[in-house]
Design a protein around this ligand. Structure first.
Ligand code: LMR
Length: 339
């Protein structure tokens, strides 16, 4: 476990027993501008999260002019995701939208979103997130200094590599960048590759220098971060989901004047509907632009090939089902198959 991860876990425990201090002084006086620092790691204009964060800023500042100032820092300009978990718990920043895959030291229930081939599309994820079991995950980090507001979609993940990957055997021995997730680590080990946990902001260079051979991500992340310029093959695998836990520092949130808190909740609900509805189009646009660039090949896998991929990662489900909990997995499976 990295030292940052150790710190986040320790901090979450400290928050649990003594509460975390929020640096934003929302309670100190009506004239103070309430600042919401909101860093994230992806591009501002060409990703679902980038657009949703910008829209949140715009709507909040229109509704609370001179009273609430949302400062969005895209593209890891302010900090990376690992550091943002720690900074949020400390109250150094007020809001995050970090990939669900990156919380596994804080809650194991989010690991359901990483189970390979559980959700076939975003509609299935959406149904699960809106089910009672899915909604209960929004409070999974209550008591750890985080207050969950929403789930934002990015999209379905696909494999990219320095060679065509029709079957898992083609990926034998490849160094595969993954997010900080033990489920993803097990998934990559199950296909015979070597998982490398790495921050998003390091991936382009790692591909360019050959430090890694392969990675998995959504079309919008791949296109907006130009991975297609340094990675020749992408496989349409739809094998997993990238989505975000949008959370605020709990003490900051409870210190807000009620009208502001309620207003922010309303805006967050509106932005979530808006951004999630746009996420599929943004990813399709990313895929189309990758093709237009002529710099990479996008390979459609056959149904037979996809079945081999699915079978190869089935053991991951057995490994993590106790940790995640059967109730959560069964609820997700119910929504995944319902049409
Ligand atoms: C990744 O690290 O690949 C993603 O979590 C980046 C993001 O925020 O979509």
């Amino acid at each position: 476990m990295s030292s940052t991860r150790n710190t986040v876990v320790a901090l979450a425990l400290a928050c649990l027993f003594s509460g975390c201090s929020a640096s934003n002084d929302a309670e100190s006086g009506v004239d103070d501008v309430i600042v919401i620092k909101f860093p994230h790691v992806v591009a501002p204009g060409t990703t679902p999260k980038g657009q949703a964060a910008a829209r949140f800023e715009e709507l909040v500042e229109a509704r609370f002019p001179g009273r609430v100032d949302v400062e969005v820092y895209p593209s890891a300009q302010l900090m990376n995701d690992d550091d943002s978990l720690e900074a949020l718990a400390f109250g150094e920043i007020q809001m995050i939208a970090v990939s669900l895959s990156k919380f596994d030291r804080l809650t194991q229930s989010f690991q359901v979103f990483d189970l390979p081939f559980l959700f076939s599309d975003i509609a299935a994820v959406e149904r699960f997130q809106k089910s009672p079991e899915g909604r209960s995950l929004l409070t999974a980090l209550d008591g750890s200094g985080f207050h969950g507001l929403a789930f934002w979609h990015n999209g379905m993940k696909h494999f990219g590599a320095d060679r065509p990957l029709h079957l898992p055997e083609d990926a034998q021995g490849l160094r595969f960048r993954i997010m900080e997730s033990d489920v993803l680590q097990a998934q990559i080990e199950a296909i015979g590759s070597s998982p490398q946990k790495m921050g998003f902001e390091e991936v382009y260079q790692a591909l360019q220098t050959g430090a890694i051979d392969a990675q998995e991500n959504t079309w919008s992340n791949i296109y907006s971060s130009k991975f297609h310029e340094v990675q020749p093959y992408f496989m349409v695998s739809n094998h997993g989901y990238v989505g975000y836990f949008v959370a605020v520092n709990a003490q900051f949130w409870s210190s807000l004047p009620e009208d502001v808190r309620l207003g922010l909740e309303e805006i967050m609900a509106e932005v979530t509907e808006w951004g999630n509805a746009r996420s599929i189009t943004i990813n399709e646009e990313g895929r189309a632009k990758m093709l237009e660039s002529g710099r990479t090949e996008i390979i459609e896998l056959t149904d037979e090939e996809l079945v081999v991929w699915q079978d190869s990662v089935q053991t991951v489900w057995d490994q993590f089902s106790d940790e995640i909990g059967s109730e959560i997995i069964e609820a997700a499976q119910r929504e995944a198959v319902r049409r």
